[in-house]
Design a protein around this ligand. Structure first.
Ligand code: FUB
Length: 307
């Protein structure tokens, strides 16, 4: 079939080539993608936009999980995590990321805290990428009392976790200010102070990845959001701002990216508001396009495709 032919490219795809049918999930609205590669399979974790048509507010109560071995055909797994799995939380299944360590899978997720004003970040754990996941702490890992300069109530969102070659794990997160801290090897406790990173026009959605000896910190900038990025040789910085990676994605005020290498290709996974006539800022959809590196490690701008 045409879709299958696309999944086995005969050589590197050219700039602007399609991965295979954006948005990739058409059965529901999906947002805030975070992909994880495990043993020849990509697991894609997303938020679930459940706002009815014309309701211009987030309705998000659970996260979703899909998997693929070719980035074209996706299988949905039963809902692996809900806000109600965090007893201390009261709503808002916002952005999240899953990482693997020592045979377990740790899911970092932003929610509305039940008793401490504002958002918080929890961590759930499972023996399998598809769950079932259980709250690993019983309390928030990050809450607004830990970042007291938070004047907006949602500074503590959008976690991304990266484990370096020496096994040191780092948690990055934030809205308006980008924070980071080390994690203990148990992945459920901070190891040292929370620090702020100075990044130009940081809005939210940090994502940290590594490629050929460079660390990349991409993030959503301004509003409506573009995705921009910075590079460093060290996770402690200094981070050098490199500019726009992805322009505002159609019909959604937010964007939120995940970047992975899989079977020799690099991918930029993001969301837009392009599905159906009801699609938009509160009914978003995950899309995938190829990502290309220049020889000096900088990134070519992502060409967004719709097919
Ligand atoms: O989905 C809710 C929020 O919108 C996320 O946490 C942000 O990154 C933005 O996409």
């Amino acid at each position: 079939s045409a879709a299958l032919a696309q999944s086995v490219p005969a050589g590197p795809p050219t700039l602007g080539a399609t991965v295979g049918g954006n948005p990739i999930i058409k059965s529901k609205y999906t947002a805030d993608p975070a992909a994880m590669v495990q043993k020849g399979t990509v697991y894609l974790y997303t938020g679930h936009d459940e706002a009815p048509a014309r309701q211009e507010r987030y309705v998000m109560n659970e996260w979703l999980c899909f998997s693929s071995t070719d980035m074209v055909h996706w299988t949905e797994h039963p809902v692996p995590l809900k806000v109600t799995d965090f007893a201390w939380a009261k709503g808002d299944a916002w952005a999240s990321q899953v990482v693997a360590r020592n045979g377990k899978f740790y899911w970092y997720a932003a929610v509305e805290h039940g008793t401490i004003p504002g958002k918080g970040i929890g961590v759930a754990v499972a023996d399998n990428p598809t769950g079932p996941f259980k709250d690993a702490r019983g309390t928030a890992l990050i809450s607004s009392d830990m970042t007291p300069e938070d004047k907006i109530g949602w500074a503590d969102i959008d976690p991304t976790v990266f484990i370096d070659g020496k096994g040191q794990a780092y948690l990055f997160w934030g809205n308006t200010t980008c924070y980071y801290a080390r994690l203990k090897p148990n992945m459920t406790e901070l190891d040292g102070p929370i620090k702020a990173i100075k990044l130009p026009q940081f809005t939210e959605a940090p994502w940290v990845h590594e490629h050929n000896g460079w660390y990349y910190l991409s993030y959503a900038s301004q509003f409506p959001e573009k995705i921009v990025y910075a590079m460093s040789r060290s996770l402690d910085g200094p981070w050098e701002y490199k500019g726009i990676l992805n322009e505002v994605a159609g019909n959604s005020n937010t964007n939120h990216q995940s970047i992975i290498d899989f079977k020799g290709q690099s991918y930029f996974i993001y969301h837009n508001g392009g599905l159906n006539t009801d699609g938009g800022s509160f009914r978003r959809s995950v899309c995938i396009d190829y990502l290309y590196y220049n020889k000096d490690g900088t990134l070519k701008r992502v060409v967004m495709t719709t097919e």
